[in-house]
Design a binder for this molecule. Structure first.
Ligand code: FE
Length: 307
């Protein structure tokens, strides 16, 4: 079939059979377009019925194993949505904030909240890794600090696992909400995270293998930063020096999100921070964009775990 024939076939299947008053126009528009594009791909690539069913079975399995969020990251879909969000902000005249990058599928709402400072780790890995202090200021539209801004932070442990998804960790380990203090500052203590990869036996890695791609992420820390009158920022910072820093299977590394990591060995600084071994320190300020007419919502509505 040619493309015009496919277009009218899909309209005959999905539109001409519909009771217009009962159809959701947006859903109808999207589904018609996606089915037309799928049928054209089947035609162009001469997919066999067995291949088509293999694809359907793949999505069923990926869904049943809760890997569709990971797949979206690995195919670049989540990064593509970020590129479009960046473009929409530029069109709305919004520039200059901390770069956004992907959320990923591992946020959990409801983390313990504190003002100014939080320790993220429960101490169970302290003998195996490096203590991290990270600190900075949340700035707003006018370049002034934003007291009361909410810094939600989450990251993996030294084995690359996230609490709740990794049952060996205590609930909310390495997850906190820090409310910026009266000067807009936040500070956290944790462990320098390690990178991680897709579950090796999972559906995402299986597809990546077929594509000849790895499924590794460089070490990173996730953030949501929000304040009234400002656009919610979804971002990550990377741990500099990771071998996958610019080779992330999820395409989340960005210029401006790789702060310097300094190693502090001065005994007095160790005493001041209450640690007995050298630690890593990262300074990083967040700069939020103001809300603006014409910019699409910065809040992405998606299912997230809450505890
Ligand atoms: Fe992550």
């Amino acid at each position: 079939m040619n493309k015009a024939e496919i277009d009218s076939l899909v309209r005959a299947f999905l539109v001409e059979t519909a009771e217009p008053a009962k159809a959701n126009p947006r859903v109808q528009q999207v589904v018609v377009r996606l089915v037309q594009d799928l049928f054209k791909a089947i035609e162009d690539l001469d997919l066999s019925p067995s291949e088509v069913w293999r694809g359907i079975e793949y999505f069923a399995e990926a869904g049943a194993s809760h890997e569709l969020g990971l797949l979206a990251a690995g195919l670049g879909l989540e990064r593509f949505l970020d590129i479009r969000a960046d473009e929409a902000e530029v069109r709305a005249g919004l520039t200059g904030g901390t770069p956004r990058t992907i959320e990923g599928p591992l946020y959990v709402a409801g983390a313990p909240e504190s003002t100014g400072f939080a320790r993220l780790d429960d101490g169970s890995e302290e003998a195996n890794g490096e203590v991290l202090f990270m600190q900075g200021t949340v700035y707003g539209a006018d370049g002034r600090p934003l007291p009361g801004a909410r810094v939600e932070v989450w990251h993996a442990n030294l084995l690359g696992g996230y609490s709740f998804f990794d049952p060996s960790q205590a609930p909310f380990n390495l997850r906190r909400t820090i409310v910026a203090d009266s000067e807009g500052r936040y500070r956290l203590r944790s462990m320098v995270p390690m990178g991680y990869g897709c579950p090796p036996e999972g559906t995402t890695q299986r597809l990546l293998d077929q594509l000849g791609r790895h499924g590794r992420r460089p070490a990173h820390i996730h953030f949501f930063v929000s304040a009234p009158g400002h656009r919610k920022l979804t971002t990550q910072i990377n741990i500099d020096g990771d071998e996958y820093l610019w080779n992330d299977f999820a395409f989340a590394s960005r210029e401006g999100l790789v702060p310097a990591l300094t190693r502090v060995t001065d005994p007095r600084a160790l005493r001041e921070q209450g640690v007995d071994q050298p630690f890593a320190s990262i300074d990083f300020d967040f700069r939020l964009l103001p809300e603006a007419d014409g910019a699409p919502p910065a809040e992405v509505v998606r299912q997230r775990m809450a505890a």
